[in-house]
Design a protein around this ligand. Sequence first.
Ligand code: A3P
Ligand code: MG
Ligand code: MG
Length: 364
Amino acid sequence: MALKFPVYPPSRYGGESEPVKRPKEFACFSYDKDHMFRLDDSSLKWYYPPDIGVDLSRGSDTFIKHDDSIDEHLDSLLKTIKAHEQQTGEPIDAHVVTWRGMLTKIMATPFDDEAFEMNATLYRDCIFIEEHHGFKEQKRQMENSRKGQRFPSSLMQYWGYKFETLSTLPRPWGETTREYIEGRDEEVVNNKEQYCSVVRTGFGKSIVCLGGEVDAIWDAKPGTPGDPINWVELKTSAEIRNHTDQFKFDRKLMRYWIQSFLLGVPKIIVGFRTQDGILSKVEELKTMSIPHEVQRRGLVKWDGNVCIKFTSLFLDWIRLNINDEGVWRIRRRQKSDHIELFKVEEVGHGNIITDEFMDWRIKL
Ligand code: A3P
Ligand code: MG
Ligand code: MG
């Protein structure tokens, strides 16, 4: 029997807002150009404004694309947490460990129809949540076969990565040559390379450890660990030509805001493109101001405080109900008015937690 957590009406999650912690990075890792894991910040990129007028489709034939049909579970995040615990000699204090993408889906639920499935397991007082990879694959295949778009989804996805390559430098600008900056349009786009930040944050009574990709940094990491970092999130979006476009963009802004809020990314750089994928304008958005700006325009209704409160109460609920061994499924069907929780495996932890991590925790 599935337990149900109600989604609607969002107003039930209104009222007094929940205490939230500012996310603080306590560890990081990188994937190199071959997507090999590295316990360092070697894939960190610096933001440097791109040239306007560039064709985002350029080089799509040489795109080095990460094969995301392979299920990576929480492996890299657990490796990074283990290394951190080896340093400090104690387990992290999180009640929930997951990728940022999972909490993005949860937070968006009150104002979004999207279906999702996740797996969760309890291990030593902490709940580990991963994406249900098989479900994601199914969903993607359905989306890829969607008709009526002017360009294939794969090319439109390339635009996003191309924009990242056009807007970043592998070293601070003071250490970068003019030739490199001007030659960015010639660089091969490779999305296997990533920098991931691992943060401690909080929702209401729950302490959450999140890992997620950060696109770039504005200047430099602060000298004092835990101080806010000037991260930059890069996004591409179609030019806003009319009311309908603005409406669509304001809806999208909710995801932008949630995603950046979760890792404490203060600035979002949006590369606006023509319908044909030519970069036409770059705009800087302050993450913190997004909910207010969207409210001011009044075209779409979403409320950041409701997203936060919904998530706090949802986390309370799963911590109450995931209370013994096995693997649980967290599922929301499209447009459903509830999130379901039910057991899919009676014992063990599925593939959510690696043997390496369990062996380490037994020694700890
Ligand atoms: P855009 O967001 O500019 O379209 P992120 O913005 O999270 O850093 O992701 C970088 C790019 O990856 C996106 O660029 C998009 O091209 C692709 N991408 C991210 N999430 C996606 C998803 N759910 N479906 C398809 N493409 C996605
Ligand atoms: Mg990214
Ligand atoms: Mg981005």
